[in-house]
Design a binder for this molecule. Structure first.
Ligand code: G3P
Ligand code: MG
Length: 245
């Protein structure tokens, strides 16, 4: 098995509409090691899989996800914007994705969008959902909201968490300790040799986003990065295998 694990970002979102079952199924077909997805809460408290907090870009709906019930969200088309062959693709719930993924070998990276200030108790709901599908030991929970990650650890200290950020932080392993995360999830542009060595010396994995350039994939595989988060899992898997086998 290769050292670097490839995560399909919002599913295999280079080939199918992001954060839909079509994109997650493609990720499995392409033999990704894991999938990444984003979650919000609907008006009636269901975990909804979508990237933006509004419906406008990736469905035929308008306005905030949080303004609609699950039943209302299920009437929307989340595929046509990407290509007419995906017409009728629905917005999935985290339950539906886990129901599918738990029967595969893949792990799941659940990115909590916004956190508890906007979505009260979203951390409890995500953990309960993962537990229902027996996925607590095959997941990592990530967020740009670091209070949300800290809350996850308070609720279950065994669950792995990943610190998302896009800036060039100074020695982030020190900060990572206070948030109690297991991994750093930096924007790939912030990475260099000093940073990679520093993180590994502090027992932190590095799963970097969003790497769609094949040259960069090659450099990261050569540097034995823990994880590559990409819209093109097939390309990353091929490059990682060539370099690490
Ligand atoms: O988890 C990596 C990546 O998904 C973070 O950024 O905006 O694509 O959710 P974003
Ligand atoms: Mg994300």
């Amino acid at each position: 098995m290769n050292f670097t694990r490839v995560q399909a970002h919002r599913g295999a979102s280079g080939y199918a509409p992001e954060n839909t079952m079509a994109a997650f199924k493609k990720a499995v077909d392409m033999k990704a090691d894991g999938i990444e997805l984003d979650v919000h809460l609907s008006k009636d408290g269901h975990l909804i899989v979508m990237h933006d907090e509004t419906l406008n870009r990736t469905s035929n709906g308008k306005g905030l996800i949080a303004s609609y019930t699950l039943e209302e969200l299920k009437t929307l088309d989340a595929g046509s914007w990407f290509g007419k062959e995906f017409k009728g693709e629905k917005i999935p719930t985290l339950n539906e994705v886990l129901e599918f993924i738990c029967k595969t070998e893949l792990f799941i990276n659940v990115e909590i969008k916004a956190g508890y200030r906007i979505y009260p108790n979203i951390e409890e709901k995500v953990l309960a959902c993962l537990q229902k599908y027996n996925m607590l030991d095959r997941c990592i929970i990530s967020s740009f909201d670091h209070y949300s990650l800290f809350r996850v650890k308070e609720l279950n200290s065994n669950v792995k968490t990943g610190l998302l950020y896009g800036a060039s932080l100074y020695e982030p392993w020190e900060y990572a300790k206070s948030v109690k995360v297991n991994a750093l999830h930096p924007l790939y542009l912030t990475l260099d040799k000093h940073f990679i060595e520093g993180a590994y010396a502090h027992n932190l994995d590095i799963n970097t986003y969003t790497v769609n350039d094949e040259k960069v994939m090659g450099e990261l595989a050569a540097a034995r990065i823990s994880g590559i988060i990409t819209n093109y899992p097939d390309k990353a898997k091929k490059i990682v295998s060539e370099i690490q086998e």
